[in-house]
Ligand binder design. Structure first.
Ligand code: SF4
Length: 456
C-alpha cells in the first residue's frame, strides 16, 4: 500500500504537479510522503513522516526545482514507520545516483541485499532496488532491465537517474501503474485518479514487465522482462484499496464495487429496513445492495474523515473510545433492521465494535454483508494485514465469525461473484489472501520488521 507518481515536463513546476498527484494517492499511504526532483544532473529529495499536506508547504515546494519529479506516499509493509524509510529513497552507487519510489513487497529481498553489495541506509526493501541500479556498470536501460529480472514479488517503481524518468511494473503486475500525458509530457501514477487531478490524459496501463523511460528523446516503452504466464493484479485493489474513481485494467472501480453489492444482494438477501455502508470503501457496494433490493440506502454511520493514521497518538482515555473517534451512528438506525455492508473483515475487532455501536444506538437487527470472500491468508505483495493467526476467518467458519462480531447474520460475497464484478479473468488476478494460491514462492519470514536489527 503505497502510491507512486512521476513526471517529466521541462518548463513546468514538476514538484507542484507531483504534490497534487500525491494528494490523489493519499489513500494508498498516510505514514510518509516525499518528492524527488532532478534538473537533469542534480537530484534533490524531500521526504518526511506525515500526510502530503503536512510534509510540504509553499516554501518547501518552491525549493524543489527541476524538470523531472517522482513522488511517493507510504504505508509501511517492510521496514518500520521511520524517517529513514520514507521515500523516495536515494542511493549513491559507483555508477550513478538513483532515486526510487516503490509500491509492493519483494519476496526475495534477502538474496537481493547480498547482490546489491552496498550498505543500505534504510530497512525497507525498496532501497535494494535503487542500489541494484546504482551499482550496475551497464547503461541505465540495461541496468534497469537486469534489476527487473532479479526482482521477485511486487514492484511498481518510479525513479530518477541520469536526468531520466523511469517507471516499471514487475512481471506479475501485482500493483497498478498507468501512463498518461500532460500536453505531451509523460506522467506515470499508481492510479488514473492522479492523472485526472493534474489534468493529464490516460494513455494506457503499463503492462506487467514493461519499462518506461522518458528523456530528451521522448518516451520509450519496452517489455524488459516477459510478462508472467499468469499475471496477478491484486484483487484487493478492486474491493478495497484503489480509489472508486480510478480505472483498473479499463474497469472503473466504483462500478465494480456497485456490482459486488448487487451480486451480494442476490447471493445473500435479507428482509431489512435500511442498507448502510461502513464508509468509505463499503459505500459503493452498499449502493449496489440497496439498488438490487429496493431497501432504502442510509448513510447510517458518519465517518470522521480527519482521524486517519497519524503519528499523533490520542491519550489513553480517548484511545479507549476506539471506534467512536472514527464513526458515529445516526439516530435513524434506532428500531431498524439494518443491512451493514463492509468491504472486508480482517481481525474482526473493528467490525465487532461497529456492530456493538449500532445495537447501542437502538438497531433492532444488524445483518452484516461483506463485499469480498473471507480473508484467510497473509499478503506478501504489499498489503499489511494481520498474520494468519490474527485473521478471524482463518480461525473459524462463517458462523464462528458471526458469533464473535455479534451480528444478527453474516454473509460474504462468493469468489465467483467478486471475480465477475471485476470483469477480469481469474488468470489476470492475484487472489491469494482469499484462496491461499500464491502466484510466486513466498518467504518464510515476511515480518515487516525483519531488517530492523540489520546494521544500517
Ligand atoms: S495476496 Fe491478496 S492483498 Fe496481496 S496481492 Fe494478492 S490479492 Fe492482493
Amino acid at each position: 500500500m503505497c502510491g507512486v507518481f512521476g513526471i517529466r515536463a521541462p518548463g513546468r513546476d514538476v514538484a507542484r504537479l507531483a504534490y497534487f498527484g500525491l494528494h490523489a494517492l493519499q489513500h494508498r499511504g498516510q505514514e510518509s510522503a516525499g518528492i524527488a526532483v532532478s534538473d537533469g544532473g542534480r537530484l534533490t529529495v524531500l521526504r518526511d513522516l506525515g500526510l502530503v499536506a503536512q510534509v510540504f508547504d509553499e516554501r518547501t515546494l518552491s525549493g524543489l526545482q527541476g524538470e523531472l519529479a517522482i513522488g511517493h506516499t507510504r504505508y509501511s509493509t517492510t521496514g518500520a514507520n521511520a524517517w529513514a524509510n520514507a521515500q523516495p529513497l536515494l542511493h549513491h552507487g559507483p555508477t550513478r545516483t538513483v532515486a526510487v519510489g516503490h509500491n509492493g513487497n519483494l519476496v526475495n529481498v534477502e538474496a537481493l541485499q547480498e547482490r546489491a553489495g552496498s550498505r543500505l541506509a534504510s530497512t525497507s526493501d525498496s532501497e535494494v532496488i535503487a542500489a541494484l541500479v546504482a551499482n550496475d556498470e551497464r547503461p541505465l536501460t540495461e541496468a534497469l532491465a537486469r534489476t527487473m529480472r532479479l526482482l521477485q514479488g511486487a514492484a511498481t517503481v518510479v525513479g530518477l537517474a541520469e536526468g531520466k524518468l523511469f517507471a516499471f511494473r514487475d512481471r506479475h503486475g501485482f500493483r497498478p501503474l498507468v501512463l498518461g500525458t500532460l500536453d505531451g509530457d509523460p506522467v506515470v501514477a499508481s492510479e488514473s485518479c492522479a492523472l485526472d487531478l493534474v489534468g493529464a490524459r490516460l494513455e494506457r496501463e503499463v503492462r506487467p514487465g514493461e519499462l518506461v523511460i522518458a528523456d530528451d528523446g521522448g518516451v520509450t516503452v519496452t517489455q524488459a522482462v516477459p510478462e508472467a504466464q499468469r499475471s496477478a493484479l491484486c484483487i484487493f485493489e478492486f474491493f478495497y484499496l484503489a480509489r472508486p474513481d480510478t480505472r483498473l485494467a479499463g474497469v472503473e472501480v466504483h462500478g465494480a464495487r456497485v456490482r459486488m453489492g448487487e451480486t451480494l444482494a442476490a447471493e445473500a438477501p435479507v428482509d431489512a429496513d435500511l442498507v448502510l455502508p461502513v464508509p468509505d470503501s463499503g459505500t459503493p457496494a452498499a449502493i449496489g445492495f440497496a439498488r438490487a433490493t429496493g431497501i432504502p440506502f442510509s448513510e447510517g454511520l458518519i465517518k470522521n474523515r480527519y482521524v486517519g493514521r497519524t503519528f499523533i497518538q490520542p491519550e489513553q482515555g480517548m484511545r479507549e473510545q476506539g471506534i467512536r473517534m472514527k464513526f458515529n451512528p445516526l439516530a435513524e438506525v434506532a428500531g431498524k433492521r439494518l443491512v451493514v455492508v463492509d468491504d472486508s473483515i480482517i481481525r474482526g475487532s473493528t467490525t465487532r465494535q461497529i456492530v456493538g455501536m449500532l445495537f447501542d444506538a437502538g438497531a433492532a437487527e444488524v445483518h452484516l454483508r461483506v463485499s469480498a470472500p473471507p480473508v484467510v491468508s497473509p499478503c506478501f505483495y504489499g498489503m499489511d494485514f494481520a498474520s494468519e493467526d490474527e485473521m478471524i476467518a482463518a480461525r473459524t467458519d462463517v458462523e464462528g465469525v458471526r458469533a464473535e462480531i455479534g451480528a444478527t447474520s453474516l454473509a460474504y460475497l462468493s469468489l465467483e461473484g467478486l471475480q465477475a464484478a471485476t470483469r477480469r479473468p481469474e488468470s489476470a488476478l492475484c487472489r491469494a489472501c482469499l484462496t491461499r494460491d500464491y502466484p510466486t514462492a513466498v518467504p518464510v519470514n515476511a515480518a515487516k520488521d525483519r531488517f530492523e536489527s540489520a546494521p544500517a
